[in-house]
Design a binder for this molecule. Structure first.
Ligand SMILES: Cc1cc2nc3c(=O)[nH]c(=O)nc-3n(C[C@H](O)[C@H](O)[C@H](O)COP(=O)(O)OP(=O)(O)OC[C@H]3O[C@@H](n4cnc5c(N)ncnc54)[C@H](O)[C@@H]3O)c2cc1C
Ligand code: SF4
Length: 326
């Protein structure tokens, strides 16, 4: 690992000021479970790490009449165990509580989980200079595409690795981004960007910008949600495919539905056709298999990952059954 400087600013303004100087090669570090692995493996070599642990106001959760605000230095374990998250934002509790391992959930933060880098083998290999690292080609095209995307690829075919991002998108969360120009809020889905925007990045954060807070709206009466994930091993494994779904039944009808897929696209993928199918439909007439088929409509699998089409469709079918079967 190359030597680096480590700084611990005592305020958000100081942290932003340190990060806003790209000439120093600065990177924010939260729990370090992803960034330090990248550094040890020689994938990235920042000259300066800006630790966020002493920045006031970034850790903790506040429950208000409008919903919940979560500081991005809050750990995944704290989120998964919070009684309000467990009872009112089930999909987030399930996503945060089952990802990675207990050790990583104890160290890893919400901000780090949202901003972690992709897991593509070729990206993670220090001597493979693929497009995402400024090289001239995608090595996955001639290699293994088993874990890559079936929707939204464009020169790069990563899948977004964060489970919490998928749950937050389905729950209508928004994020606060703090940078040299002040603070701005955006829906969580707008934080992420696919490869067609800039193949070297996965989000819209500019130099010096940090994700500081995630806000979840108060769920409407009767709303419920679920997160289902398929993976190869029971613990410590990323999603082959996942779904976060939320519904609000009104009488015998589905008044509102939100369906977001993980593990299938470079960003959390909103399955609009499935949502349109569910919304306004009498519960008794909902066919989960149809919702599943519509969720993956337009998928263009790669050489080794056609299995993901059926896997994601079946997860949606199961999620719909879990939410609507009484
Ligand atoms: C074996 C293993 C299995 C895993 N399985 C899963 C899984 O199944 N699902 C899943 O979702 N994740 C999984 N992960 C990833 C893990 O959840 C992340 O490593 C962790 O959430 C990152 O959080 P952190 O606080 O340690 O981030 P760090 O490592 O500190 O940072 C990660 C990245 O985010 C940036 N960053 C951190 N905080 C901010 C911020 N507030 N604003 C802007 N940028 C920021 C850093 O610069 C860095 O690039 C796994 C990791 C491992 C090692
Ligand atoms: S999929 Fe993206 S990250 Fe993976 S090798 Fe291709 S360009 Fe690199």
């Amino acid at each position: 690992m190359r030597p680096f400087e480590y700084l611990e600013p005592g305020s958000l303004e100081e942290a932003v000021g340190l990060l806003a100087r790209p000439e120093y090669g600065s990177r924010p570090i939260a729990g370090g479970t992803d960034l330090l692995a990248e550094m040890k493996e020689g994938v990235v070599s920042p000259a300066r790490l800006v630790g966020l642990s002493r920045v006031p106001g970034l850790r903790g959760m506040e429950v208000t009449a409008d919903g919940v605000a979560i500081g991005t230095m809050t750990t995944l374990a704290e989120i998964a165990a919070h009684p309000t998250i467990v009872s009112r934002y089930e999909a987030l509790a399930q996503a945060a509580g089952t990802l990675a391992t207990l050790q990583i959930r104890n160290m890893g933060t919400l901000g780090g989980n949202l901003c972690q880098r992709p897991r593509c083998w070729y990206y993670r290999h220090p001597s493979v200079p693929c497009l995402k690292k400024g090289g001239d080609r995608c090595y996955a095209l001639a290699g293994s595409s088993k874990y890559l995307c079936i929707l939204g690829g464009d020169r790069c075919y990563i899948v977004h690795p964060s489970d919490t991002a998928v749950a937050l998108a389905a729950l209508g969360a928004s994020v606060e981004v703090h940078g040299p120009g002040g603070a701005r809020w955006m829906p969580v889905e707008e934080l992420f960007a696919g490869p067609s925007a800039d193949v070297t990045r996965e989000n819209v954060l500019g130099d010096g910008e940090l994700v500081t807070c995630v806000r979840l709206p108060e769920p409407e009466a009767g709303a419920r949600s679920v997160y289902l994930k398929a993976r190869e091993r029971e613990a410590g494994d990323f999603a082959l495919a996942s779904v976060a779904a939320a519904v609000r039944p009104l009488g015998s009808t589905v008044a509102a539905a939100s369906v977001v897929l993980g593990g299938v696209a470079p960003v959390p993928y909103r399955a609009r056709r499935a949502e349109e199918y569910l919304e306004g439909r009498p519960v008794a007439e909902v066919d989960g298999a149809v919702a599943g088929r519509l969720a993956v409509e337009g998928a263009t699998p790669m050489k080794d990952n056609a299995y993901k089409v059926l896997l994601a469709a079946n997860l949606v079918k199961r999620a719909v059954a879990r939410l609507l079967d009484s």
